[in-house]
Design a protein around this ligand. Structure first.
Ligand SMILES: Nc1ncnc2c1ncn2[C@@H]1O[C@H](COP(=O)(O)OP(=O)(O)OP(=O)(O)O)[C@@H](O)[C@H]1O
Ligand SMILES: Nc1ccn([C@@H]2O[C@H](COP(=O)(O)O)[C@@H](O)[C@H]2O)c(=O)n1
Length: 215
């Protein structure tokens, strides 16, 4: 039988990295090249944050937040072209990348109970897929055979994000640095991850760098 073009076809590829490092865009491109879904773990933390904000909860209060999530379950739909997040029939996805959610999500993500809630959903997903986030290669899928970690300077990341948002680069840069700091605990690269500085590369260049290593 002909050897598959990519050995990662039947397993998990993890792509971690700091805020706005390109994880979602790169994971989508790699997943589409592999013909597998990609899983955006950050969307689950963002969904928990959005629902907590809408319910006017104290985001540091795990019991109320978990009760809310239990009463109205959230579902992540991983698709090759992008993830959708549902609460019942409500599609939350387009409300998850706001500055309001950005400013609250690290508080929610620091709650062990919320991390367990996210990790359980991720580990229940059928393989193969590309999983992106902060701790996919360290905590959630430590046995994944292919691990990558994306970095870039805060300024470069802010300039990229500024193309998506009506805010100025210095303000976005400050927000990214704050989130990096708040996410430090769960954001270390796995010892066996290939660290890629995406600063000198365009989006396709990062995707190709990863695909080259999956042959
Ligand atoms: N290497 C690159 N060169 C140029 N632009 C890039 C590169 N990588 C990503 N981008 C762009 O930077 C922006 C942020 O990328 P993306 O949303 O994928 O980052 P992220 O790490 O998933 O962000 P977050 O942590 O906020 O979810 C997007 O507009 C994306 O198209
Ligand atoms: N594996 C992960 C993924 C995300 N987080 C937290 O969620 C925030 C949003 O993640 P994005 O990838 O959508 O930016 C992120 O800032 C972390 O606080 C996490 O803890 N672990």
């Amino acid at each position: 039988m002909a050897r598959p073009r990519y050995t990662a076809l039947l397993m998990i590829v993890t792509i971690d990295g700091v805020a706005a490092s390109g994880k979602s865009s790169v994971s989508s491109g790699v997943a589409q090249a592999l013909g597998v879904p990609y899983v955006s773990s950050g969307l689950l933390y963002r969904a928990a944050t959005l629902l907590g904000l809408e319910a006017d909860l104290d985001l540091r209060g795990a019991p109320d937040l978990l009760n809310l999530l239990g009463a109205h379950p959230v579902r992540l739909e991983p698709l090759a072209g992008g993830n959708r997040v549902w609460q019942g029939e409500r599609d939350l996805t387009d409300d998850l990348h706001s500055t309001r959610v950005d400013r609250g999500v690290s508080v929610v993500a620091a709650l062990p109970e919320v991390r367990e809630w996210v990790d359980a959903q991720l580990r229940a997903l059928p393989e193969p897929f590309v999983a992106e986030g902060r701790d996919m290669g360290t905590n959630v899928f430590p046995h994944a055979p292919h691990k990558f970690y994306l970095t870039a300077s805060a300024r470069i990341r802010a300039e990229r994000r500024a193309r998506e948002r009506p805010e100025d680069v210095p303000a976005i840069e400050a927000d990214l640095q704050r989130r990096d700091e708040l996410d430090t605990v769960q954001s270390a690269p796995a010892p066996d991850a290939l660290v890629i500085d995406t600063g000198p590369l365009d989006l396709q260049g990062v995707i190709d760098t990863i695909l080259t290593r999956l042959h």
